[in-house]
Design a protein around this ligand. Structure first.
Ligand code: EPU
Length: 337
């Protein structure tokens, strides 16, 4: 049979809508199943498949994390500790928290993907990052062959970064995540777009539910729905430069926006860089730069991972030629020879 020769189809498991195959696809519903895997074996961990670009057929197994469940571990004056399975849909956890009036993750509403993937890239949006509420993760340690806890301070969280995707890749597999949420939380409305959306609705003293609803509306207007148009959210990270580099750039390109970070560096929105190079809304073959948010690349139907990768390469080359800035992918690229 054609399908068994190619292996396990991944089309239904990646939001870019790429047709690709892995040798094997395993559904992991319990941490114990991970004991069958050893460091050095060819396998990849899959969550919701919303932040990957599969650029070739894959050797080895894809382990789809499907451990579910949400429970309260502790509830006291300092807050509420909530433990969720890695396979839980992230926005489902946000909804669960909103229903119980537990604050801390409302700004991360509607981020696609699963709970287990959230710490890997330290998901962030509208002024909040997962690292701010992350208490610990329970991980399967492939070397020690046991479960251990990894606390927030150990995890090396940075902008869309952590040790889970760096030094610990191939060693730790996240099975559960514990978040520290709060009752009577004051929502974070530091982002102008969020404040404006709330003002427009006449909401002066927003609840966490109000903030969540405003953010869901913003995201729906800017980001394409993967079930209608294949995509993986922001394709590139924003660019980070030091203060000296920024002042040089500002002299040459006075219109360039930038946001100063707590460490003194400047974040330059890659969406602006891409748009100013004329890519926004542009289509080549079966791939396009999304018309409402230039940081998002979309599969217009039937594109291969390689086509998307080549399109991304052209976008990045134009930005580098124009500004001397290197765009780094935010999505994980899965590719085997
Ligand atoms: N911009 C443009 N043109 C565009 C898009 C953006 O000029 O087409 C500029 C504007 O100056 C705008 C600024 O970029 O003010 C920031 O844009 P936006 O608020 O849309 O956010 P972003 O930096 O493009 C990041 C995250 C998103 C997250 C939003 C909201 C990254 C790589 N992306 O995007 O996360 O939802 O902020 O906080 O950090 C994701 O990671 O997949 C993702 C969607």
């Amino acid at each position: 049979m054609e399908q068994s020769r190619k292996g396990a189809p991944l089309l239904a498991y990646n939001s870019f809508g790429i047709e690709a195959y892995a040798e094997d696809l395993m559904h992991i519903r319990q941490a114990e199943q991970l004991a069958a895997y050893h460091p050095g074996m060819p396998f990849r961990i899959l969550g919701g498949g919303t932040n990957i670009l599969i650029a070739s057929n894959l050797q080895g197994a894809v382990l789809r994390m499907e451990i579910d469940g949400i429970e309260v571990l502790e509830d006291n004056a300092q807050g509420v500790w909530v433990r969720a399975g890695a396979g839980q849909v992230w926005h489902g956890l946000v909804e669960w928290a909103l229903e119980r009036d537990l604050g801390g993750i409302e700004n991360l509403s509607l981020i696609p993907g699963t709970v287990g993937a959230a710490p890997v890239q330290n998901i962030g949006a509208y002024g909040v990052e997962l690292s701010e509420v992350f208490a610990w993760a329970e991980v399967w340690d492939l070397e020690m062959r046991s479960i251990r806890k990894v606390k927030g301070e150990e995890a090396g969280f940075g902008y869309r970064d952590s040790h889970f995707k760096g030094a610990w890749k191939g060693r730790y597999i996240i099975t559960h995540v514990v978040l520290h949420l709060r009752r009577n939380a004051r929502p974070n409305t530091s982002y102008t777009v969020v404040r404006e959306a709330l003002e427009k609705k006449g909401i002066g003293d927003p609840s966490i539910r109000d903030v969540s609803e405003a953010i869901v509306e913003i995201r729906k207007t800017k980001l394409p729905d993967p079930s209608a148009l294949g995509n993986a959210g922001s394709f590139f990270k924003n660019c980070s430069v030091d203060a000296r580099r920024y002042s040089e750039l500002k002299l040459r390109f006075p219109g360039m926006p930038a946001f100063q970070q707590p460490d003194g560096s400047f974040k330059i929105p890659s969406g602006w860089l891409i748009e100013s190079c004329g890519w926004k809304g542009k289509q080549q073959g079966r791939v396009a730069c999304y018309a409402k948010q230039a940081l998002v690349l979309v599969n217009c139907g039937g594109a291969t991972g390689l086509e998307i990768l080549e399109f991304a390469g052209e976008v990045a080359r134009t930005v580098e030629d124009t500004y001397g800035l290197l765009l780094e992918p935010e999505v994980n690229i899965w590719e085997d020879n």
